[in-house]
Design a binder for this molecule. Sequence first.
Ligand code: HEC
Ligand code: HEC
Ligand code: HEC
Ligand code: HEC
Ligand code: HEC
Ligand code: HEC
Ligand code: HEC
Ligand code: HEC
Length: 418
Amino acid sequence: MPLAALSALAALFLASPFGSPPKASIRCIECHARSTPGIVSDWKLSRHAEASVGCDSCHGTEHGTAADAAKARLPGPDTCARCHAAQVAQYKGSKHALAWAAMMAMPTFHYQSPVLTDGLKGCGGCHAIGLREEADQKAIAKVSGRDYGAGSCDSCHTRHTFSVKEAREPQACKSCHMGFDHAQWEMYDASKHGVRHELVKLGALPATASAPTCQTCHMPKGDHGVMTGWGFLGIRFPLPEDPAWRADQTTIMKALGILDPAGKPTTMLEVVKGAKMARMTEAEWQGERDRMLVTCRQCHAESFARSQLRRGDQMIREADRLMAEAIEIVAGLYRDGLLQRSKGQRVDYPDVLRLHDSASVVELKLFTMFMVHRMRAFQGAFHDSPDHALWSGWSEMQKDLAEIRAAAKEMRRTRPPR
Ligand code: HEC
Ligand code: HEC
Ligand code: HEC
Ligand code: HEC
Ligand code: HEC
Ligand code: HEC
Ligand code: HEC
Ligand code: HEC
């Protein structure tokens, strides 16, 4: 055996990081070392094992045989809060805590198959990071059996290693912040920030070379209270002062069902407030912007950072121009009786939050223009990926608009308005 390996082995014995397991967990560990060995070996790697926090601390002691596994408690944030009150309090004030509520608020959510909405698959696979009401947990259990993943504190430091080192890497965010409508992983990965981080990991740059991760910008000093200025939807109150942009954001809010076709607030506005889907005051938005600037200033001049963030704002404005024009075209088709309402739709107006459940091809186009291409344009700008902002965002929006215009023309030609 090479010397290095021998001394590593010796160090392992001497350091003996594995504290003695609490008495209540000895039987759990003995039996689970056979039934689920991967769980026990991961737990042994954790700081919990080191600190003698056993299986019983999180799962209780009610279950003790293969036949009564249903008696084992599944821990949520309140279990962790007994020992980690600060992180849980931050999380409860974060956007993550609202993920389940925001998902449930979507207009066609309740028509989806439970397999897509419940825990760990489809929408629920990612939105399980949010807090779940007990009533929802019961409803899920009724349809699909035991409700796993409620209020996931294991989303970023996964069970049962619960490792801070894992949580600090951008990959910890990747399984959710990727793909269709929020490709932050792909954008970051392609940005100078992501590339630098990758090169640090590969050893091409020294370990201390500056390279921000998702966590540097969104969880400064380990703050679990993630929240941004513009959020996912890229809307905010009060509406922008610039009259043209204001009009475009108003049109977009109509297509989100927040305003009715006449521009009056709907019940959806309360939902948006409740699930913090938009900042409701100038001060709230500015607070998040200032917090972000403090982070940029660790590595950039303030004027550089400010101008870069302002360009992100301007990208939203530019994208909103194209988006509003497309929405108006489709709204015109409703006005002229060329499109009809579908199941559960309350008004004669396009609703992009109906997602793939929109009834017509032209509305499906509008949905991808909003959810995929407008998102890429501004999210790509904020995440410093020129390719996403331009080619996968802006350029695709131009194409969408041209296609929507052509489709509307064709609909009017083949079936003239009443
Ligand atoms: C005699 C063996 C045995 C002992 C002792 C035991 N378990 Fe289990 N446990 C099992 C088996 C087997 C399952 C899996 C049942 C299944 O396949 O769904 C299980 C399941 C679980 C589950 C998952 C429950 C679920 O609904 O999926 C948890 C959590 C758990 N055990 C924790 C513990 C804890 C904590 C202790 C000690 C207090 C313990 N176990 C003691 C055998 C044991
Ligand atoms: C720090 C808290 C914590 C400790 C300590 C802990 N667990 Fe868990 N365990 C969790 C969490 C969180 C989940 C996920 C619950 C969910 O999905 O709802 C979980 C889930 C499980 C599951 C079911 C899910 C699966 O992947 O099969 C089993 C079985 C389990 N734990 C066994 C154990 C055993 C055995 C020990 C001790 C060696 C242990 N746990 C120690 C927090 C803990
Ligand atoms: C009975 C108390 C207790 C409970 C319950 C508990 N922990 Fe811990 N946890 C500890 C202790 C003790 C440590 C290590 C000492 C420290 O905080 O420095 C620790 C450390 C951690 C760490 C840091 C690990 C590292 O790599 O440094 C994470 C992450 C963590 N816990 C997450 C959780 C989560 C998530 C839950 C709930 C599912 C949970 N803990 C439940 C006591 C607990
Ligand atoms: C299990 C899936 C999952 C993981 C892992 C995850 N997130 Fe999230 N994140 C979400 C969901 C879902 C939302 C939307 C929350 C809502 O709807 O209220 C969200 C929202 C956010 C927001 C708020 C955006 C806004 O509206 O202002 C930020 C910032 C964020 N996540 C950053 C991160 C970072 C950084 C990581 C990794 C350290 C991470 N997330 C890991 C699922 C996840
Ligand atoms: C979005 C990803 C994410 C989620 C969700 C998350 N954490 Fe963390 N957690 C992190 C990161 C990143 C760190 C490391 C922060 C740092 O750099 O110090 C961390 C660190 C911790 C630590 C160690 C703190 C220390 O100073 O050593 C604890 C304890 C912890 N988290 C508990 C929790 C609990 C409890 C929950 C559920 C309410 C939770 N975390 C949910 C990402 C997350
Ligand atoms: C260099 C800093 C930085 C890094 C690194 C970074 N972000 Fe962001 N992120 C931002 C800024 C700036 C915004 C826009 C803030 C605003 O709305 O004012 C943002 C916005 C977001 C949002 C809200 C929607 C959006 O995209 O505009 C989410 C979610 C998010 N980031 C997740 C992530 C994830 C996940 C990673 C890593 C894969 C990451 N970010 C990496 C700075 C960063
Ligand atoms: C791959 C993981 C994933 C899946 C699957 C997923 N989401 Fe999300 N969702 C996220 C993330 C991450 C965010 C936050 C993105 C951001 O802020 O840019 C989010 C944001 C949202 C928001 C916006 C919240 C806000 O405050 O603005 C809603 C609503 C939503 N999702 C509903 C759904 C519904 C409904 C489904 C299923 C049809 C679904 N999601 C499927 C990860 C997912
Ligand atoms: C931990 C340090 C660090 C943080 C924090 C950071 N950056 Fe950077 N950033 C860098 C480095 C290093 C580069 C590569 C510089 C180069 O290309 O010569 C870079 C590059 C960039 C670039 C690409 C353009 C250029 O100059 O090459 C932009 C845009 C940018 N950063 C904006 C931001 C913004 C906005 C923030 C805050 C939201 C931020 N950065 C936070 C380190 C950081």
